[in-house]
Write a protein that binds this ligand. Structure first.
Ligand SMILES: Cc1cc2nc3c(=O)[nH]c(=O)nc-3n(C[C@H](O)[C@H](O)[C@H](O)COP(=O)(O)OP(=O)(O)OC[C@H]3O[C@@H](n4cnc5c(N)ncnc54)[C@H](O)[C@@H]3O)c2cc1C
Length: 449
């Protein structure tokens, strides 16, 4: 890990509290962020110490920020990367259950939600999953497919962070960890940044602070706030790839007894359908199919749940009545579904009633519930448990070619901060890599132009 304070001494600064690269984040007693405080402070700073000058300031040392920094550094730009965490890539480290599902070979525009579904096309086409796999191979990181095209490290997600960091010293990239930014201004053709590590000037700024999910890992609205201040609009945000919670009531209480049960399922939400596992939890529903559905769900929306995708519950039950006339309905159904779920679905039927006594109407009703169970969740677990944030900085004022702002030359926005949200399965990291490479090209052009 490279820290700026080891590479080049930091300039002393006129802020109330300083913080050298690797220390824990400091905070200003009177935060001036977005209140023009930089200008006031800059005057002070300028008299004593000129700001540290770089070509590009990247804000956020996550997936997208690290990728962009490496590419720009290798192209010869002087880059500084800021992060308020004291280490890079904390979300990468916990991703994919610690093995980082770093891409999906099949990544295509249909796997992304955005108010402008065409926006992702250019970046994804110019830096593809195969390009990223080539980098992974160059760093001798072993990987495997979990499902076809969904790639994970054999070892640990830390290998991906190490790889991204290793790409940086090849260029002129320094890091300011544990650093808070208190102002970002654009003055003539330069950006002026006030930080707890001093004042910086950059010809270009790359906003890469991601979305709002998992605040305890350092998520913040920083990119949104800066973009808004520079005249960009936001597409309203909401938690995505997140478990559902169910409201109280007898059915929800009974469902809680199913916590831990997992079944294959097909989930319909809005106009989308996802086939994958459903997991019952203490608070509601989760599992890959439900996480996918959550990104398309809005409050009050209905989830259509098929607990036997591809099967025919009615034929099975009718046949079961013939095969096992003395057995209980729940017993026969548990040949098909986990026992606890079978009991839940048949709880209104007396256990002593045998299959022989089950009328067609009841079997039809049960089959209907198995294939077309409808639930209106009370909500989701929110940003605290969400893998991603849907919505974000509106793509209308961004170039799809290089992620550059149409409002402020030299400003770029990448990764999850943009109104682009991928499906579960490696698509979000692929967007981080592709948008970062696009922006790196844009920043190189801007700084050389
Ligand atoms: C539990 C979990 C598992 C996931 N697993 C996968 C997976 O396997 N595959 C996949 O494709 N996607 C996965 N994702 C989603 C993926 O992690 C994100 O989409 C991706 O990290 C977004 O990259 P980013 O660089 O835009 O943002 P991030 O990686 O979130 O990086 C943003 C960086 O900005 C920093 N930052 C934030 N605010 C500030 C500020 N004010 N000042 C300075 N720095 C700041 C943060 O500390 C962070 O380092 C997962 C997400 C979670 C939460």
């Amino acid at each position: 890990m490279v820290c700026a304070c080891e590479v080049a001494p930091l300039l002393p600064v006129a802020v109330e509290r300083q913080n050298h690269g690797c220390n824990a984040a400091g905070s200003l007693r009177r935060p001036g962020f977005l209140r023009g405080a930089w200008s006031r402070r800059h005057t002070l700073v300028k008299a004593a110490t000129p700001p540290h000058s770089v070509d590009v300031a990247v804000i956020g040392a996550g997936a997208a920020g690290l990728m962009a920094a490496g590419r720009m550094g290798q192209a010869g730009l002087r880059v500084v990367v800021f992060d308020h965490n004291d280490e890079p890539g904390r979300k990468i480290l916990i991703s994919g259950g610690g093995r980082c599902n770093f891409t999906h070979l099949d990544a295509a525009p249909r796997h992304y939600l955005s108010a402008n579904p065409h926006f992702v096309k250019s970046a994804l086409a110019r830096y593809t999953p195969a390009d990223f796999v080539r980098m992974v191979d160059r760093h001798h990181i072993a990987w495997h497919h979990k499902s076809p095209g969904q790639l994970f490290c054999d070892g640990s997600a830390r290998q991906i962070v190490n790889m991204l960091m290793a790409e940086c010293p090849a260029g002129q990239v320094t890091f300011q960890f544990g650093t808070r930014l208190t102002a970002v201004d654009h003055c003539e053709d330069r950006f002026c940044l006030a930080t707890t590590a001093g004042a910086f000037e950059a010809r270009s700024v790359v906003l890469a602070t991601g979305g709002l999910s998992i605040p305890k890992l350092g998520a913040s609205s920083f990119s949104y706030d800066v973009a808004k201040r520079f005249g960009h609009s936001l597409v309203p945000t909401r938690a995505g790839l997140v478990p559902f919670v169910l409201s109280g009531g007898p059915e929800a209480d009974a469902l809680r007894d199913l916590a831990g049960v997992s079944v294959p399922s097909r989930i319909k939400v809005a106009k989308e359908t996802f086939s994958d596992a459903l997991l019952f939890t203490h608070r509601g529903l989760s599992g890959p199919a439900l996480l996918q559905a959550s990104s398309y769900w809005t409050h009050g929306g209905i989830l259509g749940i098929d607990l036997l995708p591809g099967g025919d519950a009615l034929s099975f039950l009718t046949d079961g009545r013939r095969r096992r006339p003395r057995a209980a309905l729940a017993t026969v159904l548990s040949e098909l579904l986990p026992q606890r779920l079978a009991r839940f679905l048949t709880h209104e039927v007396e256990e002593t009633e045998t299959m022989a006594n089950q009328p067609d109407r009841r079997l039809r009703g049960l089959a209907e519930r198995i294939h077309r169970w409808q639930i209106v969740p009370a909500g989701t677990e929110g940003y605290a448990k969400a893998e991603v944030t849907c919505g974000g900085i509106d793509t209308r004022d961004l170039s799809s070619q290089n992620m550059g702002s149409r409002r402020v030359p030299g400003l770029f926005v990448i990764g999850e901060a943009v109104d682009v949200t991928g499906w579960l399965g490696g698509y979000n990291f692929q967007w981080a890599w592709s948008s970062a490479v696009a922006a790196a090209g844009g920043a190189v052009e801007h700084c050389r132009g």
